[in-house]
Design a protein around this ligand. Structure first.
Ligand SMILES: [Zn+2]
Length: 448
């Protein structure tokens, strides 16, 4: 049993539905009592210490403790492709992403990249992720091996395509089915690892391959993810491939792939009928704002999603996105809505941003009964933000007037360099040791 002593900030409801102030929970000098990976008590440190005088204390008062971040869209084989700027989606895929993805045919290469990828996630404070895998079953297996070893909460799958990509990345529906069944059998539900059926996008998948996806989705309670409505040229090509479908979403929905276990990435250019179906089915959108900006894909119509009650969470979309930090994605989401202006944009406050980076992602992935906030009964998945003393973030946090202001400053200035500790199931996966003696980390003058 451990008492984590900290300023704890989390979001316990949906600030797009309820008053943001009512769903923000912020406790200065509080304690989380954690036993066997689970938070069993939360309250004022003094009272809980009196109840547990002999248990170990991890003193995290120098920083701010948040729920671990949940990234709902990130590509495992694209770590080394981050930062190629100046191209729209289809050019970027052809010239940058797909040549790198082809290299994962080599299992040794895939193992190296898997290590870099998981380190990228955890060092950004991400504890759960819905991961676009590789086109190669061996590379996906390598990712799962590394993920299971790491302890991170990883949901991923083999990317399926049978047309319109370089030949080396294609498979057949028969082989895709066999590979998917074997991976599900070996990995789904093993520790914190789960499987997601993952056609790259309907542009690169035939009707037969989408049937295979439906069959895989029906085998277990696996998840589904793909791309949608990211870019005008992409949308036009999908329409040309599927003349019988009403819209892009229908290319998936026709096969039963749009359900409450589905997360579709981007949706920058949705039609009203598509939003209606997404709202009715309870499927989720992974909003990837730095990717949308980097590729010039467009400005995400958040307000229209909200009007249709479509759930939205955040994705880094590495490698089109510019890094693993969900603090950066949150800030870019805020910028995007500001740029859309008063009529079209949806003003986002700091509580919305924390919700998008934590609880919304947990709901999108069906993990909200286990993670997403730091309440009693949840697993201890947490990120400790502790900026270097004297840094600008440190200075402004000291002068934050309340928890909402502190959160806004975290999103405005926080980077991966400020991530000082990350836990999943109470196992510390990243950061400096914070077990006792904790005094050298203690800065009691800090106000968050
Ligand atoms: Zn993507």
């Amino acid at each position: 049993m451990t008492l984590y002593r900290a300023t704890v900030i989390d979001v316990v409801g949906d600030p797009f539905v309820e008053d943001p102030g009512s769903v923000l929970r912020a406790d200065a000098d509080s304690a989380l009592v954690v036993q066997d990976g689970v938070i069993v008590a939360r309250g004022a440190y003094g009272a809980l210490r009196a109840d547990h005088p002999d248990e170990a204390v991890a003193d995290l008062r120098a920083g701010v403790l948040l729920p671990g971040f949940v990234d709902t869209h990130v590509h495992f084989p694209q770590v080394r492709a981050i930062g190629a700027l100046g191209m729209p989606l289809l050019d970027w895929l052809d010239r940058c992403a797909l040549p790198e993805e082809a290299r994962l045919a080599d299992r040794g290469y895939a193992e190296l990249v898997a290590g870099e990828f998981l380190h990228g996630l955890v060092s950004a404070g991400t504890t759960s992720a819905l991961v676009f895998g590789s086109h190669f079953a061996t590379a996906v297996d390598a990712l799962f091996v590394a993920a299971a070893r790491s302890g991170l909460r990883i949901t991923a799958g083999q990317v399926l395509s049978d047309r319109a990509l370089p030949p080396g990345l294609l498979t057949t529906p028969e082989q895709g089915l066999a590979d998917g069944l074997a991976l599900i059998d070996r990995w789904h539900g093993r520790g914190n690892v789960r499987y997601a059926v993952t056609p790259r996008f309907s542009l690169s998948t035939s009707e037969q391959m989408l049937d295979v996806c439906a069959e895989l989705l029906g085998t277990e309670e696996v998840r589904f993810t793909s791309h949608i409505n990211e870019n005008g040229a992409e949308i036009d090509q999908v329409a040309a491939y599927f003349p019988a479908r009403r819209h892009y979403l229908d290319t998936y929905h026709h096969h039963g792939l749009v359900i409450d276990r589905s997360v579709l990435a981007h949706n920058v250019h949705p039609t009203e009928p598509e939003l209606e179906v997404m709202g009715q089915t309870g499927s989720w959108v992974a909003h990837c704002p730095t990717s949308n900006a980097a590729l010039g894909s467009g400005l995400f119509p958040f307000r229209r999603h909200l009007q249709h009650r479509v759930g939205v969470a955040l994705g880094s979309d590495v490698g089109a996105g510019t890094g693993f930090s969900l603090l950066k994605e949150g800030l870019q989401a805020y910028f995007t809505q500001q740029q859309l202006g008063a009529a079209e944009g949806l003003p986002l406050g700091p509580v919305h941003l924390l919700y998008l980076a934590t609880r919304a992602g947990a709901e999108a992935l069906g993990l909200d009964d286990r993670v997403g906030d730091l309440g009693v009964g949840r697993q201890f998945d947490a990120v400790w933000i502790n900026p270097p003393q004297g840094s600008t973030l440190d200075v402004v946090l000291r002068h934050a007037v309340d928890a909402g202001a502190a959160l806004a400053k975290l999103f405005a200035l926080g980077t991966t360099a400020d991530v000082a500790g990350v836990w999943v199931d109470d196992r510390q996966l990243y950061g400096t040791a914070v077990q006792p003696p904790p005094s050298r980390y203690s800065r009691p003058d800090k106000v968050a």
